[in-house]
Design a binder for this molecule. Structure first.
Ligand SMILES: [Zn+2]
Length: 382
């Protein structure tokens, strides 16, 4: 037993060293930044040129101004020029290194980031700012920016494992551009350092943990708002069957905020739509019956005659494909359940499970069929 405990301690310590995976995340990625100020919020930074030479040191509260002049950046501190460069790195040199960034041109609200930065001119008068951030700092930041809604530690753990898995799975998306991830929904929304203690705790309690499939490959951890009581198979939505994205009966989503919806349209509009888009024989009364009354006690893929529910959802802006249809007089009513594509984890279902006392690993395995939770250092990533 003593051996087991010391081995565990060793693994945890070892794990924390190896788990310091860093990601290069492009920040302010939709803005054309020309001028920006860096103020050391905590710790200390060294400013290095592209050959690794130290141009200067920034202590707490000190500000470095970076201004674009064509293909070069001019770096100043207290009016003194530190350097005129195409590319520089701001490297952590203290304890708990945090920087506040304030874009001046264009003027954007300040944001606070952990760890290191790489600044580079990518075209005339435009700089690219990369936050070279520890994975765990990034994960906590994403949870806060993207979905810090539950205020429940167990659900934050669910989000931490999903966010980390997603980040590691997609970290080569921007490889050709010289960084890993952007800070928009294209990758995951990231607006800098996490400020909520509960999120930081949940992230560190699950540090390094990711979800893998039967082959030990990282999964695509997709989620949606509410499954409507049954999640969808991946192939029914995206055409590709994945063993961990199987339809499951999900009573946890039932009755939650986005569970139920309705939408009405005119009967003639509905019939005209079907005729126009699918050449549906609307004059045939028997056929008409199929599209004026339709029920989905369980998830289906088609209305009838190969007309996909996905297409209808898209064309009418419906919240889900999990709907039934009824007609009264000239009005057609869609009565639906759930919100979103329905594949993978239902966020509202997972929040309810977490609040009911289910653990994060149980919740993840409930929505992602057959997955295992592993630590990154047990895999051969890096
Ligand atoms: Zn991206």
């Amino acid at each position: 037993m003593k051996y087991a405990v010391s081995l565990l301690v060793f693994l945890l310590a070892f794990g924390s060293i190896k788990a310091e995976v860093k990601l290069k995340v492009r920040i302010f990625s939709t803005s054309t930044i020309r001028d920006i100020d860096f103020e050391v919020f905590s710790g200390k930074y060294e400013v290095l040129d592209s050959s690794g030479k130290v141009l200067g040191v920034l202590e707490k509260k000190e500000i470095m101004q970076v201004r674009c002049f064509g293909s070069l950046m001019v770096l100043t501190k207290n009016g003194d020029t530190l350097g005129i460069e195409e590319k520089v790195e701001l490297r952590s040199a203290g304890f708990l290194n945090i920087m506040e960034l304030t874009p001046v041109r264009p003027s954007i609200n300040s944001r606070v980031y952990d760890d290191d930065f790489i600044l580079e001119i990518i075209e005339s008068n435009t700089m690219r700012i990369i936050n070279n951030v520890q994975l765990e700092h990034y994960v906590a930041g994403v949870i806060e920016a993207e979905a810090g809604i539950a205020k429940n530690e167990e659900f934050y753990k669910v989000q931490a494992v999903s966010t980390r898995t997603f980040a590691m799975k997609t970290m080569y998306k921007h490889e050709a551009e010289g960084f890993h991830l952007c800070d928009q929904t294209h990758c995951q929304v990231y607006k800098g350092r996490c400020s909520k203690t509960e999120i930081m705790i949940a992230t560190s309690k699950t540090a390094g943990q990711v979800m893998v499939d039967d082959n030990g490959e990282l999964i695509t951890a997709v989620f949606h708002s509410n499954s409507g009581g049954q999640t969808a198979n991946s192939e029914d939505v995206w055409g590709k069957a994945l063993p961990y994205l199987r339809s499951v009966v999900d009573s946890f989503s039932v009755g939650q905020r986005s569970y139920y919806w309705t939408k009405t349209i005119g009967k003639q509009e509905w019939l005209d739509y079907l005729k126009r888009n699918f050449n549906f024989p609307t004059d045939d009364m028997l056929e008409q019956k199929k599209v004026l009354g339709f029920s989905q006690p369980y998830r289906k893929t088609y209305l009838t005659n190969g007309i996909s529910l996905r297409r209808i959802r898209q064309d009418f802006g419906l919240r889900s494909t999990f709907f039934s249809i009824s007609t009264e007089g000239d009005v057609v009513t869609f009565t639906g359940r759930g919100f979103g594509h329905g594949v993978g984890m239902s966020q509202e279902g997972a929040i309810r499970m977490a609040k009911s006392g289910y653990t994060y690993d149980y919740i993840l395995k409930f929505y992602y069929t057959g997955v295992e939770i592993m630590r990154l250092e047990e895999m051969n990533i890096n």
